[in-house]
Design a protein around this ligand. Structure first.
Ligand SMILES: C[S@@+](CC[C@H](N)C(=O)[O-])C[C@H]1O[C@@H](n2cnc3c(N)ncnc32)[C@H](O)[C@@H]1O
Length: 272
């Protein structure tokens, strides 16, 4: 989702764009990531449950990333901007594991009432408290506008997995051709309410907010690689303190923003 059809994905005016290129290359992260104070994080079991290098239900035809990949069109000055520490950003701590995340699961959507029926979504495998980091959103870093939106045979403007990362640096991140579990996060619109799995020892499950997102995209500083990344977080507790987080078994849902769906509508009309 990109901005000139910019369908930018969700949150913070990040966007999902659309891509294609055979030339993308992975870059080695800086050898020594800058040190950063780690903000307090709610306790979350992020210990991988097994040694499988892929998450459960990961499509085997798609490269699974543990660090970002880069379009060859990303310039050294863009890289330098991405790797300049912004102390105001939330942090992905150095201790956050690279690789499959046990606290979420990619799950095929089998409910015909779900708007993404036949596709997949991301579901919590344990309670995720408010304001918790769920995952970085990994993909190809690429120019967010201009000729860099085309990488040889790949057109980023056609991607449904493309988000703005840094508008000042003109960099977006596209997870269409490679990514991690975060690429499976759906938009909350039209998703039917599913009661959470009962939690042992808990009489009544907490009230869930129906018809609303429970997570958001945020740009973060990744201490592990020393650069900015897009990431998915549980929504904060809220002004009234009512948000209790995401329950085990509940789908992680963000808002892609109205722009994404309006862009899609326009594309549909253009095709008629
Ligand atoms: C970033 S992907 C999300 C993961 C996707 N479901 C998958 O299995 O690859 C975005 C795409 O998911 C689908 N999607 C996500 N949320 C949706 C919603 N609320 N209603 C309809 N389709 C949705 C749309 O096809 C959209 O282009």
């Amino acid at each position: 989702m990109s901005e000139t059809r910019k369908r930018k994905h969700p949150a913070n005016e990040s966007s999902i764009k659309r891509t294609k290129s055979s030339k993308m290359t992975k870059e080695t992260p800086p050898s020594k990531p800058p040190s950063q104070p780690t903000p307090s994080q709610p306790t979350l079991s992020t210990t991988p449950s097994n040694d499988d290098p892929f998450p459960v239900n990961w499509p085997k035809s798609l490269p699974y990333l543990t660090t970002p990949a880069y379009s060859p069109q990303i310039t050294p000055s863009q890289l330098s901007l991405l790797r300049t520490l912004d102390p105001d950003l939330p942090t992905i701590p150095g201790s956050f594991p690279l690789g499959p995340a046990p606290h979420v699961k990619i799950t095929p959507i089998t409910d015909p009432k779900h708007p993404a029926h036949g596709q997949s979504g991301l579901f919590a495998t344990q309670h995720l408290p408010p304001d918790t980091l769920i995952l970085p959103y990994l993909g190809h870093y690429h120019p967010g506008s201009g000729p860099g939106l085309q990488d040889e045979d790949y057109d980023y403007t056609k991607s449904d997995y493309d988000l703005w990362l840094d508008r000042d640096a003109d960099v977006a991140v596209d997870a269409a051709r490679a990514g991690n579990e975060a690429r499976f996060v759906n938009d909350y619109r039209g998703i039917p309410f599913t009661p959470p799995e009962p939690v042992p020892g808990q009489k009544k499950p907490p009230k869930q907010q129906k018809g609303k997102p429970n997570a958001e995209f945020k740009v973060a500083w990744d201490e592990r690689t020393g650069q900015k990344v897009m990431s998915v977080w549980v929504l904060p507790r809220g002004k009234k303190g009512l948000n209790t987080g995401i329950e085990r078994g509940e789908e992680v849902m963000v808002s892609y923003g109205r722009g994404f769906w309006e862009g899609r509508k326009q594309e549909g009309e253009g095709e008629n």
